[in-house]
Design a protein around this ligand. Structure first.
Ligand code: PEP
Length: 245
């Protein structure tokens, strides 16, 4: 099976860039694949879904967040899983460390967001990852295990689940953990899901400073089922070279 490659554009892009890049990805054999997922700002998600439908493209679309409220209602500024589903959104990034840090996402809101995604049959991409100080004081396994335990509060049942290990110290820094460090955490994730959510099909990703230069090595590590790519996903040449693993 193909590995999942998720492009997290974060709060970047323009209408011009979306129209250009999405057309490139629709025509490229390495990216026109359901396992290549573009996680775009919501407003560009709409444009991308239109182009995707027009070109009959096969890559998948993801949103970078979702409302913790359900369906429709008086929640000014919010976008629900129901609305994202209508645009053809297949995956939803939930709990990215930037949102946990800058938007103060609480455990309860993460649980609601995951439930909302599952209710719409959108696959959650749940992000976990420790800070540099937690890594250095050696308490990261306990910390990551606690982050995973949030999943046990979700009411809906998991069919598919993607979990991305994104150490905060590797995001946007150019520093990448070694293969042993990545595999140690992805093994922990898989063991956790096997123990506590045995019916879920788990896909475990690594994210943090993945580039055209290091992607081949990372994607060929035994435990790695795919990668979540931030900065390098904004440049089509780099992103395509990641997808050629
Ligand atoms: C991310 O923030 O999801 C990420 C992986 O960023 P970068 O690739 O830029 O480190």
């Amino acid at each position: 099976m193909s590995k999942l490659i998720i492009a997290n554009w974060k709060m970047n892009g323009s209408v011009e860039q979306i129209e250009r890049d999405v057309s490139i990805y629709a025509k490229c054999i390495y990216t026109n694949n359901p396992s290549v997922i573009l996680a775009l700002p919501n407003i560009y998600l709409y444009i991308a879904s239109q182009i995707k439908n027009k070109l009959g493209a096969k890559f998948s679309l993801a949103a970078q967040d979702v409302s913790e409220f359900i369906n429709y209602g008086a929640y000014t500024g919010e976008i629900s899983a129901t609305m994202l589903k209508e645009l053809g959104t297949k995956y939803l990034i939930i709990g990215h460390s930037e949102r946990r840090a800058y938007l103060n996402e609480t455990e309860d809101s993460l649980v609601n967001k995951i439930d909302n995604a599952l209710n719409e049959k959108i696959t959650p991409v749940f992000c976990i990852g420790e800070s540099k100080s937690i890594r250095e004081n050696g308490k990261y396994i306990n910390f990551l295990d606690n982050q995973l335990r949030i999943l046990l509060q979700v009411k809906s049942s998991f069919d598919k689940l993607v979990i991305a290990y994104e150490p905060i110290w590797a995001i946007g820094t150019g520093v990448v953990p070694n293969g042993e460090q990545i595999c140690e955490v992805l093994k922990l994730i898989k063991a956790f899901v096997q123990n506590y959510l045995p019916h879920a099909k788990i896909t475990a990703l690594y994210g943090g400073s993945v580039s055209g230069v290091n992607a081949y090595e990372i994607l060929n590590l035994p435990e790695v089922d795919g990668v979540l790519v931030g900065g390098a996903s904004l440049k089509p040449d780099d992103f395509i070279s990641i997808c050629t693993y």
